[in-house]
Design a protein around this ligand. Sequence first.
Ligand SMILES: NC(=O)c1ccc[n+]([C@@H]2O[C@H](COP(=O)([O-])OP(=O)(O)OC[C@H]3O[C@@H](n4cnc5c(N)ncnc54)[C@H](OP(=O)(O)O)[C@@H]3O)[C@@H](O)[C@H]2O)c1
Length: 182
Amino acid sequence: MVNARTSTVTLHLVSSLDGIIAKKDNSVSWLDSSGDVYEKGVSDDTAKEVVKAIDCFVLGSRTYEHALQLGWPYGDTPTVVVTNRELPSTRKSIEFYSGDLKRLVDEILAPRYGNIWLVGGAMLCQSFLRLGLVDEISLVIVPILLGEGLRLFDNSAIESRWHLKNVVAYKTGLVELLYRSQ
Ligand SMILES: NC(=O)c1ccc[n+]([C@@H]2O[C@H](COP(=O)([O-])OP(=O)(O)OC[C@H]3O[C@@H](n4cnc5c(N)ncnc54)[C@H](OP(=O)(O)O)[C@@H]3O)[C@@H](O)[C@H]2O)c1
């Protein structure tokens, strides 16, 4: 179902072929290019333009803590971290939120931001999906099987159909699938 809001919430995640978004040891080298080239693919510059158009990031506290360890990838773009804990603030661009997620989207984010990106992790994305708060899903598939780890989707999703809006294949072998809620 399409929302009445003018803003768009895009769930954006990078997944292995077998639907895993994080390894048990939290290592991230599986995300690096293997050097293999898909000749018909486009270069990564296309993705950089998309990132520039993001007004706000939303992330769960575990993703936040991992992002701090890895080196903050969200620049000065406003970022909301969902947590029930008191976490230390590390940057001016970060706000913490606890409470109802529908209120977060409808009353706090939508009046301020048009292009809202929900970037993980699995737990927060699953909550957003269950509540029908996701307008678009942008899934980047890495050509690797991981076998075990944190699964993007558990068994809690509500059956819903999605319209394929775009497909981009990159030279690195990554494929980005963009779906819109029907
Ligand atoms: N491959 C990718 O694209 C990608 C993207 C993002 C993250 N990741 C990886 O995924 C892992 C983290 O994912 P995760 O699923 O374990 O955790 P997460 O979703 O990042 O964070 C979970 C935490 O967020 C808060 N939270 C989530 N839902 C909530 C709700 N409905 N209401 C209130 N608070 C809520 C809680 O924080 P408190 O416990 O603080 O209350 C909860 O413990 C990391 O390894 C990260 O690197 C991968």
